[in-house]
Ligand binder design. Sequence first.
Ligand SMILES: [Fe+2]
Ligand SMILES: [Fe+2]
Length: 127
Amino acid sequence: MDGLNVGVAALDEAHRDMFYLMGDLSEAVHAKSVRAALAMARDFVAKVEGHFDVEGEMMTRLGFPGAAVHQAKHAATRDKVIDLERALSDENLGLASSILGELESVYFRELLNEDMILANYSSAQAS
Ligand SMILES: [Fe+2]
Ligand SMILES: [Fe+2]
């Protein structure tokens, strides 16, 4: 899990929490536990939105120059997580599974790269 750390404790904790939630969601989807997966997907939407708000405030406070790009990635990811929730509420497990795969392999990775840039900017401002 060290590979997930960007070095800002509050962000790292939230990332870890969402990463584990995605793992649980994958298990529920593979076990075809639609109700459990849907409940987790709703929790995931709330966590993602809350986390992106925290980072958005941080970017505003720092006057972070990469904010527009970063916020666009947040918006695309939030839309994907909402697609996941919709797929589960339609009981479309195949679609849910492919969306989860994309979130894990592409979105989460790209977001961590962006967060690393933000964390580095933040620590450079503090020093
Ligand atoms: Fe971010
Ligand atoms: Fe983040």
